[in-house]
Design a protein around this ligand. Structure first.
Ligand SMILES: *Cc1c(COP(=O)(O)O)cnc(C)c1O
Length: 343
């Protein structure tokens, strides 16, 4: 089934064959890649398939290495997915809306049509709407759960119904899954050959600067993504640093617990303030908050106090809303204090 969804030029593509992909032994004298022979921490090309890193991710997430594809951030994976499956000027992506802006941008860059699936008042997905008027050109459907910027997880039964009935690839962006109560859908990749799970080092793992995105999928999908990706898309320093991050999962889990309890505390403190109209439920490391005043004025007031938050008030269903990332306990206190003074 996957072969039929992939662009024809990608099916027949002969990928670039890099020196480091062709030779994988441990010879002493490497004269195959035109590298500078004098050793530094980075004179050699990195492993194009990031095998060591995938092995550790595989143990951590309990997924076979063959089912893992890594990118220079999830952003790169989203782009590679679109370029693998969507024919420019012919195919279409679907995506929940409001959500993460990259799905639209990547579609626009690749000249691929886009069809937003508007979320309902509770920011949840309507299955009928998502599956309406599907044709062969609908190649990828992006669901984001927990969703950015609304914070909620999408309904599980709805997601499953969509995976079963959507004829193309269903991508679940789980960038915030480690902050959620509900489990990842990663376990379903072995049963659903059209499912791709996206995760990232950028949020819960505290490594946004590294640029490592993870995806988990059927090995046929992984094989095609490997054909399309730039040969050395993740540098060796980054691969090594990512391995170090995974050795600190215990401490990171404690941070995640702290961020979650700060999220609840921040919500309660905000609800005590007159100017706050509503705080939306969050399964992520941010809160979508509706203010009674003008959000742009409040945003600028906070910026003058040295606090930067995100204005999301132009998005449907998000009028007068700012998105507040959960900071350290001290930062959250300063935020509440500043808003209290504004009130
Ligand atoms: C932050 C975020 C990402 C992460 O992107 P990276 O390129 O991995 O940093 C992906 N999806 C969503 C919904 C996000 O909010």
């Amino acid at each position: 089934m996957i072969d039929k969804l992939v662009r024809e030029n990608i099916v027949s593509l002969r990928p670039f064959s890099s020196a480091r992909a062709e030779y994988e032994g441990d010879a002493d004298i490497l004269l195959d890649a035109n590298e500078n022979p004098f050793p530094t921490a980075y004179n050699r090309y990195p492993d194009p398939y990031q095998k060591k890193l995938k092995k550790e991710i595989s143990k951590w997430r309990n997924v076979d290495p063959e089912n893992i594809f890594l990118g220079n951030g999830s952003d790169e994976i989203i782009d590679i997915l679109v370029r693998t499956f969507c024919e420019p000027k012919a195919d279409r992506i679907r995506y929940v809306y409001p959500s993460f802006g990259m799905y639209e941008v990547v579609a626009d860059i690749n000249d691929v049509e886009k069809w937003p699936i508007h979320l309902n008042k509770q920011f949840d997905i309507d299955v009928e709407h998502a599956l309406r008027d599907i044709d062969k050109s609908d190649k990828i459907l992006f669901l984001c759960s927990p969703n950015n910027p609304t914070g909620n997880c999408l309904n599980y039964d709805s997601i499953h119904t969509i995976i079963e009935n959507f004829p193309g690839i269903v991508v679940i962006d789980e960038a915030y899954i480690d902050f959620a109560e509900s489990p990842s859908l990663i376990g379903s990749i072995t049963e659903r050959e059209n499912l791709v799970i996206l995760q990232t080092f950028s949020k819960a793992l505290g490594a946004a600067g590294l640029r490592v995105g993870m995806s988990f999928a059927n090995e046929n999908i992984v094989r095609y993504l490997n054909k399309v990706k730039p040969p050395y898309n993740i540098g060796s320093i980054v691969q090594n640093n990512a391995l170090e991050v995974l050795q600190q999962i215990k401490q990171l889990n404690q941070q995640i617990q702290l961020i979650k309890s700060e999220r609840d505390e921040l919500k309660n403190s905000l609800l005590d303030l007159e100017i706050i109209e509503h705080v939306f439920p969050s399964d992520a490391n941010f809160l979508l908050v509706r203010f009674k005043g003008n959000p742009t004025v409040i945003l600028e007031y906070l910026r003058d106090k040295g606090i930067v938050v995100r204005n999301r008030s132009k998005l449907p269903g998000c009028d007068r809303c700012l998105r507040l990332t959960i900071g350290t306990p001290l930062e959250n206190k300063s935020l509440v204090q500043a808003i209290r003074e504004y009130s």
